[in-house]
Every structure is written in structure tokens, then in C-alpha cells.
Design a protein. Sequence first.
Length: 513
Amino acid sequence: MKKETPSAKLIPIEKLPTGIPGLDAITEGGIPKGRTTLVAGTAGSAKTIVAAQFLAAGIEAGHNGVFVTFEESPQDIRANMNGMGWPIFQWEKEGKWAFVDASPQPEESVVTGPFDLGALLARIEGAIKKVHAERVSLDSLGSIFTRFSEAALVRRELFRLAYALKHMNITCMMTAERTHDYGEISRFGVEEIVGDNVLILRNALDGEKRRRTIEALKFRGASHHKGEYPFNVVPGRGVVAVPLSAIELKQRSSNVRITSGNPELDLMCGGGFFCDAIILVTGATGCGKTLITTEFIAGGAKQGERCLLLAFEESRDQLFRNATSWGMDFEQLENEGLVRVVCAYPESMGLEDHLVHIRSVIEEFRPNRVAVDSLSALERVSTLKSYREFVIGLTSFLKQREIGGLFTATTPTLMGGTSVTEAHISTITDTIIMLRYVEMSGEMRRGITVLKMRGSPHEKQIREFSIGGVGMHIGRAFRNVTGILSGYPQHVPAEEITRLNSLFDPDKPEALP
């Protein structure tokens, strides 16, 4: 009998964490250690920031670095990166960061004839030894091609430079410019020089807004997530990516209940919300969504929970005034450290910026519950793609931290109708509470129902509610009325209701199966 040959043991390529928020999740651990990675992008796509942040994050992790600049002077790099909170000048004095200045000088003209990077390579090697560097960034390769006439010779010398850094076991980032966001990898075809790894940065015009994304195009011999992922540049932090593909359905689920802030709504939900649930409150304008949000925040604060309210439609003073009119003192709760209210115009920044800002507030405040009023306001100032990414990114962030989240959405008509918001978030929510206007006998009334609640029994009735000086009062169920949720309520005679109920009564022989 022939003996089977044991398969060769798989040895994964070692990766070096970049330290750039979100990028290590996209690259599944970082960039391959001891290799060169090309970072290509159009103007304004944050190539220089990524190159500098790669070194800054390395220094914070104990890995010194060398920055080789072919375009801007070291003085400009220091000044531009100071806004990111990186004390480059201090790191230089401490022997952790070194510049190699290869930027063009005012008197320099285009060079013709033989060209080599031997002298530059010697300077880079000297800087590496001086600070005991493990990381090197070169920004930007395109500048070399504009200063030297023979492109083939420049490519050969850049290959020699990349080869030398690899044999010194240096992990290197090289930046290069692209002419279009979707086209050739780089303007001067330098991707074959690096060969192993390519990151693409884009700053595409999406509708009337710029949208930055990052893509791991190629990691030779190493795994990575595929596709584009949004990122933004945050003062004091640098590049922050939002890796949606890294989201995993591994969060735990709790059976612990929390109050909605309204005892009658708690009863409709079978005892309250689950503490880690994502709740969607949907309804027409003016039908009580903000009131439910206010009661949700106040109810948590009364239980000693830390509560965060993110408002995108009303100002802080309006929210506090409304809460006071319903008997809730938000100002006092905020002074006690139990409530924090953050208000922002949706148009004040892009959705990626909103998401990063919200996440940073949550990480700093560490709330037990979060309310967003409303998602529809954010929907109106974004594209469908970026909006969907925002919703998934925020809800998954709350789920991972087991934070209860309540979101409001506005229906397009007074009597109901599905909004874009509902279409994007309804499948990932645990609970849906629907508010509706009901026209009866020439009078406009309000109705509430728990449409969905995962993992728990709940009332199926549509109850009437009113809004008074103490908040929301939920009353009896509507009787002899159909079509409320569809927006076309109709009165049905009592005898007809009795007949229809009898058709579904299992105790009667004539009932439907």
C-alpha cells in the first residue's frame, strides 16, 4: 500500500501592524513585514498622511522610522503633520524619527543623461543606522520622474532601492500619484517595481460630495479583505478607516431587560427592551418619535445608566426645553454625568466623519444606551451607499460593545409608507416600534404598535396614545378599525369583526384550518 506524502506545512507571511485605525482590520493584521508596499492615490487622497502615520504609529509602538521626502521639504512635513498631533520635531531630538531630504531645490533643473540613486541609498542607509529604524516611508515617487528624463533608468534605480531595503529587513511604504481614481495604478507605472503589495487611496466625487476610500489591491502571498472601505482624516488622529468587512456576528446576547422610560410601552414589549438591542422607532413627523427618544434617555438615567443622545434635527436648547415640558430635567442629569447630548447639523461633515466622531464620543463617554434622532436627517445629505455603510458601521459598533441603541426614522407621508431608512436598517434591528396617525370621524389620532421584537413575545395590538404634560400615555387598542398600518383606516361593524374572529377560532368546527 502506497504511503501518503504529508502535505507541506503552511507558513503564513508575517505581518507588521500599521497602527492606522481600521487599516489593520482591512489587511487582516497589517502589511507584510520586511517588504515594500506601494500606496497610490490621486491628489487629495491623503497619501502623505498615510506615509507619515505609518511612521508615527510605529514610533508609538517602539519602532523608529525614516521619512524620505521627494516633494515637500522636512519643514513643511513637520508643519503639516503637527495638526495630526504627531510631535515629529520632538521625535527627531529623541533619535526616533529621521528625515532624508531629497526634495527639489529652487536652483535645480531637469537632469539628463546617466542617473542613479546610489548617493540617496547611502543617505537612507545612514539614517536607518542612526535611529535604528524598522520602518521607512518614501513620498512621493512621481516627483523623481518629473526631474529626470529617462523613465526606464529611474524605474531600474527605484527597483534597486526597494531591493536594498528589503534585504535590510525594512518595512517600507512608497507613495505614488494616480491620474484617475479608477484607472491605471500609478501615473508612471511603478507598481511593478514594488511588486508585492499595493494599497489604493481614492478621493472620488460621489454626487456633490468627496468620498475617500481605501482598497488593499494586492498583497502577494498574504490574505486581506477585498473591496473599497471608507476612511476620513481626523485632526489629532490622522487616517481612520471603517472596515465593514471586518464586522463579525460574534457579539453576545443578553436576557437582561431595560426600561423604555414608559411603563406602558414596557408592558407592550413584554417587560422592556433587551439591554443590547437595536431599536427602530418609525413614524411621520410630529407623531412622537422625539418624545420616545427623550423617555428612553431619561428612563435610563433614572436607573443610574449613562445615556448618550445624538441629535441631528433639534438644537440642545430645544431638546432641553421639550424634556422640561414633559417633566424631565436633562440639564440636571447632564450635571450629574448621567446624560450627554451631542447636537450637529447633518451637513456639517460627511457621514464617515459623523461615524468616526460618534465612535470617539462613545469610546470616551462609555454609555449604557445611545439614542440617535434622527437617521432620516442623515439620509437626506448622503448617497445610498455611504448611508448604508454608516448605518451598518454604527449598529455593529454598538452591538460589539453591548450598548442599547434607539434610532428614529421619519416616514415619507403622514399616514405611513416605507422610507429608505427603514429599508436599510429594519433587517438589522431587534425591535421596531411603529407610530401612525389615524383619521377617525374627522379627528386625527395617534396609534402605536410593536411590529417586531426578536427573542421575546410582545403585544400585537395597535394602541391609541396621547401626548400630555407628563409625556406619552398609551391607552386602549383601536377596535373595529382596519388598515391603520397601510395608512387607510376603515371602520368595520362589530358584527363583522365577530364573524371574522370566529373563522379563526380553533374551538369552533366551522373555523378555517
